[in-house]
Design a protein around this ligand. Structure first.
Ligand code: ADP
Length: 556
């Protein structure tokens, strides 16, 4: 399939997945106005979507609250059956969903299909998991009292989601909430409402009762009003947001009066570290996946690549050779690995970072400018900058584009300082308000993973680097949730958010296939060092942070 045909949406196998109205209380509703959705690859108009406001948001909240009673009194198994049907429908319609996603978001079709599978995986995971929401009994010092903790659904949950993962960010937030018995309101990003609406249509077909899952579409301006009503509402008990740090701050402020539960997943500035004894081919492979996936528009993208002096030249040469093989273009065209950026402002930011780096002495080894002649104006060449320095913007700010700046370092101490200094609050200030995300960028060996974990924990807990270092190698220390799959590991670095992974010490995600190897070693090391560590070995940590959001602890 190539992009030369008319509208990419004309080729949907099931045209009824293309919805342009919002979903409230099981009804498809139009707003007073509409907003246009366009294809970032071509600029072509795709659809006009209902633009909702305050009134419709109030209606959705009321509907979700009304539906809550019926939904929460179903057993977890009954809710799970509906969720499983939904997951199966997402898989059945994966090609169409991917097509809608590539059309409005731009990512290569293969990546979009991968996201459908990844996104769907949260649903069956939590559909099963809800059957095992166990409570606790707590010993008491008073024989007249018994402490019993039960977990129950907390009510209406809202999800404000971004455009970079238009499907998975929805399912990851709402699947645990729905499974637990909560009802949800989704406010998808204005750039990618069509994917959200198709997902909602499939929820309807799966038998989701009216009002249990609602989608409020809104343009950029109306999103602010919708968000305000959600935050102000006493009925909405929880808000989960993924997006920019600035908007996260606004939402947090707005949620203060109702003391709403919040989970925020905000910006990143992930360092990717390559030591002298790394397997360079594996390191390059990892860097490629980590940096250029989704055209660099993910919060877990390696924003800064630190390479030790002994392998610096060899690494840069190998990376340059790989970057030269990347094909930029329309996500529907065969062989394309880097699609368009989401909007003009994103290109301007990338251009600014490149110009600043070059002015401050970086060497341009690939790309560096807008890609022309690809049928649109929002393409940027896959770019590689060597000899980057901490003074450059790309070191301090999230680039969110296909630009890889490579920094040289000599010692381990130096790189730990460099990698962490960008987040002054992130490391070395105690565990209470910080954590770190450890991501698997592909091809990262477990020894290296362990190394990174230990080192960061040492910094976090002791305020200095005290942990015995287990080995060296390629370390991909990402300051965000890694999105490798439903079984990706995570812990979290602070400013990124406040999900529950951080509320009781450091939690470390390990990989499903690890069978406890890393977990066991870590636990031994940390216990030896007298540190407290909760290791979550659940196979699906990607959404674990969201899970408890759906529950209040109630002591009786
Ligand atoms: P990005 O910069 O990556 O586009 P944003 O934080 O602007 O990220 O957007 C993420 C989501 O937050 C989108 O769904 C957007 O519509 C929504 N949003 C942006 N501003 C607000 C706001 N003031 N209140 C509520 N939602 C908002």
């Amino acid at each position: 399939m190539d992009s030369s045909t008319s509208s990419p949406l004309a080729a949907l196998a099931d045209a009824s997945l293309l919805k342009t109205q919002a979903l409230i209380n099981g009804e498809w509703v139009s707003g007073k106005t509409t907003f246009a959705v366009s294809d970032p690859a071509t600029g072509a108009h795709l659809a006009d979507v209902a633009n909702l406001g305050e009134q419709e948001t109030e209606a959705a909240i009321a509907a979700a609250n009304k539906a809550w009673i019926g939904w929460r009194t179903k057993t977890a198994k009954e809710r799970g059956a509906i969720l499983l049907r939904w997951q199966q429908l997402l898989m059945k319609h994966a090609d169409d969903l991917a097509r809608i996603m590539t059309a409005e978001q731009g990512k290569p079709l293969a990546e979009a299909k991968g996201e459908v599978v990844y996104g769907a995986s949260f649903i069956d995971w939590f559909a099963e998991e809800a059957k095992r929401v166990y409570g606790e009994t707590i010993p008491t010092t008073d024989n007249n009292k018994r402490y019993l903790v039960i977990k129950q659904s907390m009510g209406v949950c809202a999800a404000i989601t971004p455009w970079n993962f238009p499907l998975a960010m929805i399912t990851r937030k709402v699947a645990p909430a729905l499974a637990a018995g909560c009802t949800v309101i989704i406010k998808p990003a204005e750039a990618t409402p069509l994917t959200a609406l198709a997902v909602a249509e499939l929820a309807q077909r799966a038998g989701m009762p009216a009002g249990v899952l609602n989608v409020l579409t809104a343009d950029a301006e109306a999103s602010i009003a919708v968000g305000k009503v959600i935050c102000d509402s006493d009925v909405v008990r929880h808000l989960s947001f993924t997006g920019s740090t600035e908007v996260g701050r606004i939402l947090m402020r707005q949620c203060a009066p109702t003391v709403k539960k919040l989970s925020l997943e905000l910006g990143g500035n992930a360092p990717f570290i390559v030591f002298d004894d790394a397997d360079l081919d594996s390191a390059v492979e990892g860097a490629m996946v980590s940096k250029y996936r989704n055209a660099g528009q993910t919060c877990v993208c390696a924003n800064r690549i630190y390479v030790q002096a002994g392998v610096y030249d060899a690494f840069v040469e190998k990376l340059a050779a790989k970057v030269a093989t990347l094909k930029v273009g329309n996500g529907f065209d065969a062989g394309v690995n880097v699609g368009p950026l989401i909007e003009e402002a994103a290109l301007v930011k990338v251009e600014t970072h490149v110009a600043d780096a070059l002015a401050l002495g970086a060497r341009l080894l690939a790309g560096g400018k807008r890609a022309e002649g690809l049928g649109g104006t929002q393409f940027f060449e896959a770019t590689l900058l060597a000899d980057a320095t901490p003074q450059m913007l790309c070191s301090r700010e999230e680039t969110f584009g296909p630009v890889a700046p490579v920094f040289k370092f000599k010692t381990e101490d130096e790189v730990v300082a460099l990698a962490t200094q960008q987040h002054p609050r992130a490391l070395g200030h105690g565990v209470g308000d910080v954590g770190f995300h450890l991501g698997h960028g592909g091809g990262v060996d477990q020894r290296a993973l362990l190394h990174a974990v230990l080192q960061a924990i040492a910094d976090l807990e002791a305020g200095h680097r005290g942990a015995e270092l287990v080995g060296k190698g390629l370390v991909n220390l990402l300051m965000h949730i890694d999105a490798v799959g439903a079984d990706a590991g995570l812990a979290g670095i602070a400013e990124l958010g406040n999900d529950r992974a951080f509320d009781s010490g450091v939690q470390v995600g390990v990989f499903k296939h690890d069978e406890g190897g890393i977990a066991a070693q870590l636990q031994r090391k940390l216990l030896d060092g007298g540190r407290r560590l909760r290791i979550q070995q659940a196979a699906n940590l990607g959404g674990a942070g969201e899970a408890e959001l759906a529950h209040d602890r109630v002591a009786r």
